[in-house]
Design a protein around this ligand. Structure first.
Ligand code: AMP
Ligand code: GLY
Length: 423
């Protein structure tokens, strides 16, 4: 098969790496890709939002399967464009990707179908939001409705902070049109877990659990980022939690989408909080997590191309997912200043040390090949992943591996997986 992957981050590198292991994959392309993905795929300079160009490319190269890693093209309707052209593509249609594309939609869906989540109200008028805050309890959580690179969530400790938050989201449009509507929700406490799943419209098959670290600095300080590191599995995701989520969250979400006429095919990523009252949905994403994919996919035993096809064909009920009985930790190496202003173009040293290093992967997130060598080309630059027999070993291996690579102004968190010690 000829396969096209859409995206250019560490997640897409992990997807390309896993896809390349499938005996079904004869040729892989990636649009636009990065310097690491080049090892498995021919990278083509077409942007992820250039749907018509991508579809023309897929026709010209007789692509058998397209896999979309990123949220923007999914929410923008890339799947509908490809399907109209008779092209096979893995991911939700626009009407289903709204599960991630609109937090107000997803909250209303959960309320309607009794799926456990934080209490909330939706607002499209900032004056009404401000009036609501006068009677609210604090801390409180403000969320821009639309896509905001994982940064559209504000946790406000006081009324003054929350008023400023409403102003920046809805009036100053800090996150652009994503802030035309807003969700205000109850603040919850507990451990966070990410569970990614494959869905074929009716059947859902969950992957192994993972935990992300969203803040930029150690001790969960600093600004929210796309994710600074992950580990898998989460020791807090017990069988009991899993059973609860299967009964009250996973299948009910898939059934709710089908009942709404928004049949979901692709990956549903459940962002969960394990509260004292039980698991609650923090958010849904309509794609693999980044950097969750970098720890989950290296542990997956299945041929991923077969899974993609089962999702498209509606035959996932005939398949079980299998994962290694090990653990994985990913430490993101970012450019100094990320997630605000950062430099690009610094040469990355030490990448060759990862060749043939058993159980160690360097997934490229923001890199580019130049005459000077491979250089930094984004905020998150590399995701260094290592596996191990258990979480502690995997973490030690990942931090050992991080020392092998360097570039000017590189930084990473030193406490990825610290929660493992509390398990
Ligand atoms: P989201 O993009 O909705 O997952 O939110 C980003 C992060 O904000 C989450 O990973 C949580 O750490 C935090 N967060 C979101 N919603 C809540 C909530 N209701 N209570 C506490 N923290 C939250
Ligand atoms: N790591 C969180 C996300 O992909 O949204």
């Amino acid at each position: 098969m000829k396969i096209l992957i859409v995206g250019s981050g560490g997640r897409e590198h992990a997807i390309a790496w896993k896809t390349a292991q499938s005996p079904k994959a004869e040729k892989i392309y990636c649009a636009p890709g990065n310097a690491g993905i080049e090892e498995y795929a021919e990278c083509v300079p077409i942007g992820p939002m250039e749907f018509e160009k991508l579809a023309s490319f897929a026709k010209e190269k007789e692509i058998d399967l397209t896999v979309v890693g990123m949220d923007d093209p999914l929410v923008g309707g890339i799947v509908d464009v490809f399907e109209k052209e008779g092209l096979r593509i893995f991911g939700p249609r626009k009407c289903a990707a709204v599960l991630e594309g609109s937090k107000a939609f997803s909250k209303d869906l959960m309320k309607k179908y009794g799926i456990p989540t934080a209490a909330y109200e939706n607002f499209d008028d900032p004056e009404k939001a401000l009036a609501y805050l006068e009677k609210a309890d604090f801390p409180i959580v403000l969320k821009a409705d639309g896509l905001a690179l994982g940064k559209g969530v504000l946790i406000c400790n006081t009324l003054a902070e929350a008023r400023d938050g409403v102003k920046s989201i809805m009036m100053d449009k800090q996150f652009g049109n994503a802030g035309n509507r807003m969700v205000i929700e109850e603040f919850m406490t507990g451990r966070e877990v990410s569970v990614l799943s494959f869905v074929d419209g009716k059947t859902i098959r969950c992957m192994t659990s993972a935990q992300d670290h969203k803040r930029a600095l150690d001790g969960d300080q600093g600004l929210n980022t796309g994710g600074m590191g992950t580990f898998s599995p989460s020791p807090f995701y017990t069988e009991e939690v899993d059973a609860f989520c299967r009964n009250y969250i996973y299948q009910p979400t898939v059934d709710a989408m089908a009942a709404e006429g928004r049949e979901f095919k692709g990956v549903i990523f459940f962002g969960l909080m394990l509260t004292e009252k039980g698991p609650r949905v923090l958010e849904y994403n309509a794609r693999f997590g980044d950097p969750e994919a970098q720890v989950v996919l290296p542990r997956m035993k299945n041929d991923i191309v077969e899974v993609f096809e089962a999702c498209i064909d509606g035959t996932l009920d005939k398949m079980e997912l299998e994962f290694e009985d090990n653990a994985a930790v990913c430490v993101v190496l970012a450019s100094g200043g990320y997630p605000v202003a950062y430099e690009k173009g610094h040469v990355i040293h030490g990448l060759e040390q990862f060749e043939n290093r058993e159980g160690c992967f360097v997934f490229h997130a923001g890199t580019k090949r130049t005459e000077a060598g491979i250089v930094t080309n984004g905020g998150r630059v590399l995701g260094v992943t290592a596996t191990g027999a258990d979480l502690k070993t995997a973490r030690a291996n990942a931090y050992e591996a991080v020392k092998l690579v360097n570039f000017e102004k590189a930084y990473c968190r030193s406490d990825i997986g610290k929660a493992i010690d509390e398990a």
